[in-house]
Design a protein around this ligand. Structure first.
Ligand SMILES: [Mg+2]
Length: 336
């Protein structure tokens, strides 16, 4: 399915507003590229002749998107002033197409997911990201997430000594019985370490491990010898690198972040290519605000990318959000 995004003129857009907002996280978030405690995003609002609005969010993140927040804002401003194509700035592209779809949804009186794909589900079970300072805290968080209804949990590995990872993963597996368990090493290991360590982690039946090593060629080498399915995420942040990931057989699973990839159209294209090549596709957030998470959730529903469960239960990480927080209830997001 290729999402049809109506143009601003077709929707009778009469005003376009840009606004900076600051997202603050409840606790610092560690990514492969550093620690994040707050970040700026740009909110885009398009308004039609009857005052109906559509919103989008541009949320650049170092390591995942090529542009800075200043560059994304400038690209949005040029689009607003002159209609300049923002495609070189994927977060701006995502914000514009999401805002236009949101406005189209308001005009049609139908949710975005249903507009894109009639009959697509309003309920999305989502995986939970769990963390904790001690093994017991981590296992408790995982147990609570699964008891709440999440179909599975994700655990970060590769931060401390490997023996600690083994202990943490074993405790989580014991706490959640047969629920889904996915791991993310964010490229922490070299190829031989990754192969050895995944051989030991396989006993806990992870669904997959994201980025066991860094780079597509090295992930391909790990995948060829790993008993645990390999996922690529930050190694394949755009369509050309996704094509390359498929060509070198770097992964069994593709993680897509629509906010980083450029929104509905490139996401649909990436998902189609990956699925055709036999990969599973997991839609995740970019730890952005709820305007962006909501757009991504509607898209995941419309594209049928619900299994493995999307990683979209991230609004709870935010102390300050944009728009109404899209929180998981009973392990699922509900769209309207
Ligand atoms: Mg990841």
């Amino acid at each position: 399915m290729t999402p049809e995004v109506p143009g601003a003129t077709d929707l009778g857009v009469e005003a376009i507003r840009l606004q900076r907002a600051t997202l603050a996280y409840r606790a610092p978030i560690t990514t492969a590229y550093g620690t994040l405690d707050r970040r700026e995003v740009v909110l885009l609002t398009v308004v039609d002749e009857d005052g109906r609005t559509g919103r989008g969010e541009a949320a650049p993140l170092a390591g995942f998107t090529p542009e800075t927040v200043d560059e994304a804002e400038a690209a949005l401003q040029r689009w607003a002033d002159e209609g300049t194509d923002p495609s070189a700035y994927p977060t701006a592209r995502a914000a514009i197409d999401s805002a236009l779809l949101d406005l189209a949804s308001a005009r049609a009186g139908r949710p975005v997911h249903d507009l894109l794909s009639p009959g697509s589900p309003a309920e999305l079970p989502v995986a939970a990201l769990v963390a904790g300072p001690t093994v017991d805290d981590l296992a408790d968080a995982a147990r609570r997430a699964v008891a709440d209804g999440h179909p599975g949990v994700k655990v970060k590995v590769g931060v401390g000594p490997f023996e600690a990872d083994l202990e943490r993963v074993a405790a989580v597996r014991a706490a959640i019985d047969g629920a889904g368990l996915r791991l993310d090493a964010n490229g922490a290991w070299c190829v031989s370490e990754a192969i050895d360590r995944l051989g030991r982690l396989a006993a806990f039946h992870p669904e997959f491990v994201e980025e066991p090593t860094a780079g597509l060629d090295d992930n391909a080498a790990v995948r060829a010898a790993s008993p645990v399915p390999v996922a690529v995420d930050e190694s394949a942040p755009d369509l050309p690198s996704i094509e390359r990931a498929l060509a070198v057989r770097a992964a069994d699973v593709l993680i897509v972040k629509p906010s980083a990839l450029g929104g509905p159209r490139p996401t649909a294209e990436a998902a189609r290519r990956a699925t055709d090549a036999g990969l599973r596709v997991v839609v995740t957030s970019l730890l952005e605000g709820s305007v962006g998470i909501r757009a991504t959730a509607h898209l995941a529903s419309a594209l049928g990318l619900l299994q493995p469960a999307p990683g979209l239960a991230t609004a709870g990480l935010l102390a300050t959000d944009v728009g109404e927080p899209l929180m998981a209830v009973g392990g699922a997001l509900y769209l309207d």
